[in-house]
Design a protein around this ligand. Structure first.
Ligand code: ACM
Length: 269
């Protein structure tokens, strides 16, 4: 059995130390094996220019990464957290995966949303699955808008994910229709950690951009049903116990197997 924790909170724009402190204080006393934080949880979401993203970017040896590595060690947990990653001259909307043994990996968002296209490079990590070093559990990672591309979740299921962790900064509610389908059609748990709050930024032309994030972080069962869901505004950690091995038999009738019955020769790429 595995405990998984979804940490919903309101990151403050451009306040990395304050945001890390909020995360630490929300997690106090939690016993868990997997921690899923929102997209861009160290900085806030609303980058307006590439220059801002460059200024906020960290490489894998910087402050937030050290914080998440320490968190993984302290909780003996896999930590998945959205941050701005710098690698050579590229800047990514990324999710750090920090393991209790000190290892780190980075998933770089494949499908950029809205103004992210002006601030970040398109992700080039591809989809991958990480085995929990202390538990029998394989976690696949995608970020927010990746949910609109069923190929993302399907790739993770084909790679053997039991759980898909989806750090998010969702600003609509349509995902509440789409994401449970990703769980059902792949027979995987899906952990969507969204943020809450509103960010107002001034654009270069003098107008303002207001984004309100829709909270409602939720763990979907492999049936597509929500196991537990936060409300739209609360700062809260949801911790639930799951059995990841229940996702591995993909039969849904004695004749049908979700993945083996696929007919890729008829699908377009
Ligand atoms: C999103 O990808 N942040 C909607």
């Amino acid at each position: 059995m595995v405990n998984i924790s979804l940490v919903q909170f309101t990151p403050v724009w451009n306040d990395v130390p304050g945001n890390l402190q909020q995360i630490a204080s929300l997690l106090k006393g939690v016993q868990t094996d997997i921690i899923v934080l929102p997209e861009l949880c160290t900085t806030g979401y609303s980058f307006i220019t590439r220059e801002e993203a460059i200024n906020a970017a960290e490489d894998l040896s910087d402050e937030s990464i050290a914080f998440f590595k320490q968190l993984a060690k302290e909780y003996q947990a896999m930590v998945i957290a959205g941050f701005v990653e710098k690698s050579a001259d590229k800047i990514y909307n990324a999710a750090l995966i920090a393991l209790p043994n000190g290892e780190v990996k980075s998933y770089r968002k494949t499908h950029l949303f809205f103004r992210e296209k002006e601030c970040f490079n398109e992700g080039d990590s591809g989809f991958f699955v990480v085995e929990h070093p202390l538990k029998d559990c394989k976690v696949g990672i995608m970020i927010c808008n990746d949910w609109r591309y069923p190929e993302a979740a399907r790739s993770l299921a084909l790679l053997g994910a039991d759980v898909i962790a989806c750090p998010s900064n969702l600003v609509t509610d349509v995902w509440r229709i789409g994401l449970p389908a990703r769980a059902l059609e792949n027979k995987v748990f899906v952990a969507v950690t969204n943020r809450c709050g509103t960010e107002i930024r001034q654009l270069e032309d003098g107008s303002t951009q207001t984004l309100t994030f829709t909270g409602g972080s939720v763990l979907y069962n492999f049936t597509g049903e929500p196991i537990e869901q936060a409300d739209k505004t609360e700062e809260r950690v949801i911790t639930l116990q799951i059995d990841p091995t229940l996702t591995r038999d993909k039969h849904f009738t004695v004749f049908n197997d979700l993945l083996n019955d696929r007919r890729p020769e008829y699908y377009l790429s």
